[in-house]
Design a protein around this ligand. Structure first.
Ligand code: ZN
Length: 166
């Protein structure tokens, strides 16, 4: 086994080989590799256009707003609200998903950075009856199949009041 892998720190570059090795079931390509490298550093990087400032997701090499190729993976705050909520009662086997524990929530979260900018994942640390559309949430990271995986948790509303809106 390769042992040259060093500890994950914010400043460290993640190699292409490492991201492929850590997310073996994910299709990683030229367009999305920076996105998944961000995962390994527990940073959610979405593409933002350097020309017009527009965000887009999933990652594409071209800004959908102005067609500029100058798109830069940029970290988002991770704050948003539940836009769409699906409770999966069954489905294909997936790492970290256990349908016997109750419906698995899938949420599309509209991020505060831009209207319509959404990221889909699940919600943790939330009682099923508290989970609803419009719920303020914040990004957090869990370990899934041995690698960081971005999820959402209900926003700490006391902390929320100290953060100014953009
Ligand atoms: Zn643009």
């Amino acid at each position: 086994m390769p042992t040259e892998t060093e500890s994950e720190t914010e400043t460290e570059e993640v190699s292409d080989a490492e991201v492929l090795e850590r997310y073996p079931t994910t299709t990683i390509d030229q367009d999305n590799k920076e996105f998944y490298k961000g995962w390994l550093r527990r940073r959610l990087l979405l593409n933002r256009c350097a020309a017009c400032g527009h965000w887009h997701h999933p990652p594409a090499p071209l800004c959908p707003q102005c067609w500029s190729r100058d798109v830069v993976p940029t970290e988002v705050s991770g704050r948003g609200t539940v836009h769409l909520l699906i409770r999966l009662h069954q489905g294909p086997p997936a790492p970290g998903v256990d349908y016997t524990k109750g419906p698995y929530p899938v949420v599309s979260v509209e991020l505060v950075e831009q209207s319509g900018l959404r990221f889909t994942s699940t919600v943790v640390n939330c009682a099923p009856e508290d989970l609803r559309i419009g719920l303020p949430v914040t990004l957090t990271w869990i370990d899934r199949a041995g690698a960081p995986f971005p999820v959402f948790a209900p926003a700490d509303e006391t902390a929320d009041t100290t953060t100014a809106a953009e």
